[in-house]
Design a protein around this ligand. Structure first.
Ligand SMILES: Cc1ncc(COP(=O)(O)OP(=O)(O)O)c(N)n1
Ligand SMILES: Cc1ncsc1CCOP(=O)(O)O
Ligand SMILES: [Mg+2]
Length: 216
């Protein structure tokens, strides 16, 4: 059976980078021992996406981090990634499961919509993502999601893991984790940090601290 990724930072790559810079930034984040990395490139350049996804696949394997491909189940299958992330307009969840099989991760955006969350859980996704939690520099128009959706999903859908995204920074992540988010998905605050490895490690420490809190 598919092992669930441990809670932690879910690094999402900035859009439109040249391959050397993409790999340098990804490697810096992976060096902190994060559970998940998403390749998110909206360029529509299929050859470049295939080349970059393949290179990230090798990098992630070396670091023991799961690689998730944004938007594109066929590319996830082609490069043997660990899974795919699909938003509301990115294709059918059941079709992605049929294509990828039972051992790959499928995550989906649920925005601020709990009915969509329940339907996604019934369709067999591995994780749901809520957001934007805060105003996002990457997606300023993204609608905001209340923290209580995160808590509700944890309580009502224990078979599904919960991610949160949108405007998250090291300074505002703690309440999102306290609400129950198992994955904190970050672009700007991670990849624009002066030291990406140190920033990723600081996010990882937030999860370690919250786990220690739960035990005490
Ligand atoms: C972890 C995570 N959550 C949400 C999204 C957003 O997906 P989507 O709504 O399809 O928007 P794009 O990222 O494709 O622009 C995500 N990518 N990852
Ligand atoms: C892809 C996506 N979906 C909702 S907000 C967002 C962007 C997250 O990026 P940032 O961490 O820079 O706010
Ligand atoms: Mg999408």
């Amino acid at each position: 059976m598919l092992k669930r990724p441990r809670p932690g930072l879910y690094a999402v790559t900035p859009d439109g980078l040249e391959t050397p810079r993409l790999l340098m930034l990804a490697e810096a984040a992976l060096a902190a021992g994060i559970p998940l990395l998403q390749y998110r490139d909206k360029s529509g350049d299929d050859a470049r996406r295939r080349e970059q996804a393949t290179a990230l696949r090798a990098l992630c394997r070396r670091h023991g981090t799961r690689l998730i491909i944004n938007d594109d189940a066929a590319l996830a299958r082609e490069v043997d990634a660990d899974g795919v992330h699909l938003g509301g307009e990115d294709g059918d969840l059941a079709a992605a499961r049929a294509l990828l099989g039972p051992d790959k991760l499928i995550g989906t955006s649920c925005y601020a919509d709990f009915a969509r969350t329940q339907a996604a859980a019934a369709a067999g996704v591995n994780y749901v993502a809520f957001g934007a939690m805060y105003a996002s520099p990457t997606k300023p128009q993204a609608p905001r999601a209340p923290f209580n959706l995160v808590t509700r999903a944890r309580q009502e859908l224990p078979g599904v893991q919960v991610a949160a995204i949108g405007g998250i920074t090291l300074d505002n992540a703690a309440p999102v984790i306290a609400a129950g988010a198992q994955f904190i998905a970050v672009i700007t605050d991670l990849f624009e940090a002066p030291d990406v490895t140190a920033r990723a490690a600081a996010y990882q420490r937030l999860f370690a601290e919250s786990a220690a809190h739960e035990l005490s």
